[in-house]
Design a protein around this ligand. Structure first.
Ligand code: KG4
Ligand code: ZN
Length: 377
């Protein structure tokens, strides 16, 4: 537990081919020795979204070089590593197979343990890599495929408090960008446009606002943007900016409201969180980060938001999650399977500690009362 642990992490679940080497000294923060990310934006741009088959082929072509570069920048040999981690899902299955198979080959040849990491768990634990945030904390995980509020109680111990009932926030950003003719990926593009826009010119709904549960709904908001865009067509540059600003304003208010509800549920179920932690690509959004900061402050806690390049997909988060699991002896065999779908709640951690003394005494008492002769017998 106490000794340093150096792990290679491989990420290929979506449209980034990434590898990193990270050192874990204790519960965090960790040390990033290298973090190489190759984005496939150019390959997918013409299609306005990620094309799974193109992504898988691009991962095959790039991964060896990306790993070699990560190892070189870290100044490490495979022999000097303590473990090899790869994202084993959830994600586009072709890419997941490429990353996991490569990790297995390296683990086999270098005789190092393999850690098959859940991509969402890696996002969830990034705050420990960057800030050493102790458990338990309240996680807001928002990416292209996921929007969840999660109680992070320990490694492999995750309780979902809220989720989206339809689109993910990143997905809504990407779809709004597409319908407004903006470049892929949409999140950063919409944020840029919104910056100079007037959010008050268009009135958009705030789905789920004020509900006591902590769930999200984004598809109605996206449809409202489409209807407004159609009504105003042809759109001027100012229209696009204003629609982006109104959309983002609505998202910001909804996120703040849902997190207030989520933090309340967290407190009721798990006590005071050590922090509100933001993770996933959407957490790179400055307006959303500011709103989360305010919500955390109101709830008497702090916001921990990793730097934007560690919010979007990267290898360092996979390496760190691998190191956290390795430190607990949670390694995988070479038979580990790739997953297209793999909910965070299905990730397991170390076995729950059994209060041995009490259970043994209880068992003895139970047994003794059965065999003890009656006093007056
Ligand atoms: O975590 P991530 O890199 O990949 C997934 O696991 O999905 O998240 C990517 C998503 C995309 O939908 C992208 O549009 C969104 O995060 N995103 C943003 C921003 N940067 C990335 N959304 C809003 N504002 C941003 N600045
Ligand atoms: Zn992600």
């Amino acid at each position: 537990m106490g000794s340093a642990m150096v792990v290679l992490g491989i990420e290929t679940t979506c449209d980034e081919t990434a590898a990193a080497v990270v050192e874990r000294l204790g519960a965090g923060p960790g040390r990033i020795l290298s973090n190489v990310v190759l984005s496939q934006i150019a390959e997918h741009a013409a299609f306005g979204g990620v094309v799974p088959e193109i992504a898988a082929r691009a991962h095959v072509e790039a991964l060896d070089l990306i790993i070699a570069q990560a190892m070189k920048e870290a100044g490490r040999s495979f022999a000097s590593l303590d473990g090899i981690a790869a994202a084993a899902g959830p994600g586009l299955i072709g890419g997941v197979i490429v990353g996991l198979t490569t990790a297995k080959a390296i683990a086999l040849v270098s005789e190092k343990p393999l850690i098959a990491v859940n991509h969402l768990e890696a996002h969830a634990l990034t705050a420990r890599l960057t800030d050493g945030t102790p458990f338990p904390y309240c996680l807001f995980l928002a990416s292209g495929g996921h929007t969840q509020i999660v109680a992070v109680l320990g490694v492999g111990n995750y309780v979902r408090l809220g989720t989206t009932v339809d689109d993910a926030i990143g997905e809504a950003y990407d779809k709004v960008a597409k319908l407004l003719g903006l470049a892929y990926p949409g999140g950063p593009e919409v944020e840029k446009q919104a910056f100079d826009g007037d959010a008050t010119r268009v009135t958009l709904p705030r789905p789920m606002l004020g509900r006591p549960h902590a769930d999200f709904s984004l598809s109605g908001l996206k449809t409202a943007v489409r209807l407004e865009a159609e009504r105003r067509a042809p759109l001027s540059d100012a229209d696009v900016r204003d629609l982006c600003a109104a959309f983002q304003q609505s998202v910001v208010e909804v996120v703040a409201d849902r997190l207030r509800a989520g933090l309340k549920i967290f407190r009721k179920q798990h006590g005071k969180p050590t922090a509100l932690v933001a993770a996933g690509g959407v957490a790179a959004n400055d307006a959303i980060r500011k709103a989360l900061q305010q919500v955390a402050f109101e709830a008497g806690t702090v916001l921990v938001a990793p730097p934007p390049e560690l919010c979007t997909d990267n290898g360092a988060m996979i390496a760190w999650a691998g190191a956290e699991r390795l430190a607990l002896g949670l390694t995988d065999t070479l038979a580990a399977l790739p997953h297209a779908r793999w909910p965070l709640a299905e990730v397991t951690g170390p076995p729950l500690p059994v209060v041995a003394d009490i259970s043994i005494i209880d068992m003895l008492n139970a047994g003794l009362s059965k065999i003890a002769p009656a006093k007056d017998g």
